[in-house]
Design a protein around this ligand. Sequence first.
Ligand code: GLN
Length: 533
Amino acid sequence: MSNTKYIFVTGGVTSSLGKGIISASLAKLLQSRGFKVTIQKLDPYINVDPGTLNPYEHGECYVTHDGAETDLDLGHYERFLNVLTSQANNVTTGRIYQTVINKERRGDYLGKTVQVIPHITDEIKRRILLLGSKQKLEIVITEIGGTVGDIESLPYIEAVRQLKWDLGPTNVLYIHLTLVPYLAASGELKTKPTQHSVKELLENGIQPDILVLRTEHDLTDDLRRKVALFCNVDYESVIQSIDVSTIYEVPILMQQEKLDVTVLRKMGNLASNTPNLEPWKKFLKRLKNPKHHVKVALVGKYVELADSYKSINEAFIHAGAVNDCAVEVKYIHSEELDETNLVESLSDVQGILVAPGFGDRGIDGKILAAKYARENNIPFFGVCLGLQCAVVEFARNVLGFEKAHSTEMNTKTPYPVIDLMEEQKGITEKGGTMRLGAYPCVIKKDTRIYKVYNEECIEERHRHRYEFNDKYLKDFEAAGMKAVGINPDTNLVEIMEIPSHKWFVGVQFHPEYRSTVLEPHPLFVDFIKSTIT
Ligand code: GLN
């Protein structure tokens, strides 16, 4: 039997309680004690991966180093833990069923009726256990998406119930996250929803070991005792998770609540080092005591839901802290940006980031924003589609290529400065078929970007189908927009820069996925730096 310990995190009462942050915070505490730990997310939807989901549905699609399109919680895991996640860290119901159905078609079930129990639950368990054994991890924290009581998450709950019997009681721990609402009218915190939610879990055969209670107000000792009594846990296992101004404070709060100590005690008194959170605390101190303040525009078409740009927002926070700077993000809807409101919308910002995206909705606003930044010497950062917009703008207004465009937006453009990659041309299926994951990039020496990275060969993550069209490179370079990062294997352009501009950089990849608390992304750090001075 493996030595890996498994912690399952479920949620009750409502969604959006922050299971991902609690899981990441606990993982951080365990990691800071020297354990080799990772986090996994089980998503109850039928999509095979979130790559085909509109960001409005589920927030950003996070891309891992190995090219998996995953839930945005994996971004939190990487930002907190500073370790890479992979395809195995995100499992969806769609993927589970796809595997089981493929097996059935191959005849692997030898004439048996294929059922939720045991076939679906076995596949869930296989994927949970695979992660721990493959990476030789000491602790795997698995977050179960959705809320207890949802029809969709039932097979997951059943699978993790069985695992306690499969692996033994000290190798499996259940943490349940619930809400303790505050009723303003009576001035009271209410525990009944928590009691009901635990009851629901019990009906499914799971007695939670630890309860984490989300609350807006401090829980009294009496209230904690009441929850312990009614929910059948010990007093130390009732953990308060009070609202805080930044998610990065949650590990510290969980440490104060002794969540890690209780977890280790319950998992057979696991011995460990004393936790070292000093670098984390240093980051928090800088984050909370900024000396500067900048306003940066984020121009995109999904701005109504801030989660759509989660990794970019977090990368700004990391980069801000290193620069002792509070970064205020001004969201600008690209569909609403036009000549009439351009100056009014952008004159109060010190930097402009044009966001990634797909399709032509709002594209003109993005191109206009790039133009405004270029002409007014305002720091500009184009990410993926953002780079492509900057290239289109430069082609039209500097090179005089009338109606230049990306063929994603206009297949008949006379100047296809952004075009479909050769290998993409025959592809018709949408799911998982983009250029995904990490690719190498060689940076030209004597460029600003080289100084920023301080490295010649880097690797960054991708998620796109279109590319800079090499045919026009000479024209761009002669006019002052240079290709400063190139894929050494394919010669594709990865980074474009206007060296004569204060800071004008476009990248075909997604640097935001790689930014973590302890290793902020150098491009974001330098971009923010350029907006301060
Ligand atoms: N739509 C563009 C492409 O597919 C850009 C994608 C993105 O911004 N991630 O190439």
